[in-house]
Write a protein that binds this ligand. Sequence first.
Ligand code: ADP
Length: 317
Amino acid sequence: MFWKFLDDLNFVARCRKYNIGIWQCPNFLFLVMGIMNIAVMFATYAISQHYYSDTVTIIAVSFVAAIILVIGSFVIRGVERIAEANIMKSEFISIISHQLCSPLSAIKWNLEILESEGDGDRLFSEKQRMFLDNIKKANEIMLKLVNDLMELIRIDQGSSVIENKEINLADLAKEVMKYLESVRAAKNVSLILDAKENVPPVFADPKKIKIIMENLVGNAIKYSNEGGTVEIKVYPEGQKVFFQVADHGIGIPKYQHGRIFQKFFRSNNISRYRTDGVGIGLYLVKAILKYFNGKVWFESEENKGSTFYVSLPAYKK
Ligand code: ADP
C-alpha cells in the first residue's frame, strides 16, 4: 500500500510511461493542484489574519479558484490526449489485423488445397512436406494472433456480435483438438480428451467458446515440455458444465498468479522459454466468459504444471 502510494508519487516515471509532456500529464498536474490547494489555504488564512478584510479574502479565494480551474483544464486536455492515443492504438490494431487477416487466410486455404491435391506423399518429397508443415504452423500462429487481436478490439469496444446456440462442449473440444493438431504434433505432446457421456449442452456462441478452448488448450501445449501430456475434461456438476485443461509443464510462479488474466501480461518464467505469445489469450477467455455467465480459474505450480477450469451454466430447455 505504502509502496504503491510512493510509486504514484513518482510522476516523472508515470508521465514518461504515457509518453506525454509534463504539463499534459494528469499525475503531475494533480500533484500541483494538491500542493496549490494546501498553499492557498495557508495563504488565505494568513491574508485574512493580516487584513481583516472580506474583500481581500474574496479576491484571494477567487484568484486561487481561477488558477485551479486553469490547471483543471490542463488535466482534462492531458486525459483527452491519453484517451485519443488509446483510440488511435485500437484503430491501428484493428486496421492492421484486418489487412493481415485476408492474406493469411488465403495462405491457409492454398496450403489446404495443396495438401488435399492427389496423393500427398507422392506429390511432395519428405523434405518438401516438412517445409509445408512448417509454413502451415507459422501461418496458424499468425492467424491466431490476428484473430485474437480482432476479438480484443471488439471486446474493448463492446462491439462483439454474439450468436448463441445450444452447444455440446465435448464436440467443440474435439474440433479444437483437430485445429491444434499441427501445433500439438510439432511439440510431440499427447492430447487426451475425457468427456462424460451425459454432459448437458450449454447455450453460448460456439465461435467465442472455441476462442476460449483454443487459448486454454493452445497454452497447455505451448507451456508443456516436449513429449508432455495435456488432459482435457468435460463433465457436468450441479447446474453447470465444466471444461478443464491440465498440463504438466512449466507452471506459473505463485507471486504472479494474481496478474495472469491481465491484458498483455506474461509471467516471468515465460521469457526464459522463448515461447510465442503476446499475453492476450487469458484476458480474452475471462472477458468472453462474462457474456455467458461463465467463470474461469486455475491452479498452478512452477515446474509442475497448471490446470485451468471453465464453468458454464447448463442449458435447460
Ligand atoms: P500468451 O500465452 O500469449 O503469453 P495468455 O494470455 O494466454 O498469453 O497467457 C498469459 C500468461 O499466462 C502466459 O504468458 C504465461 O505466462 C501464463 N500461462 C498461461 N497458461 C499457462 C500454462 N498452461 N502454463 C504455464 N503458464 C501459463
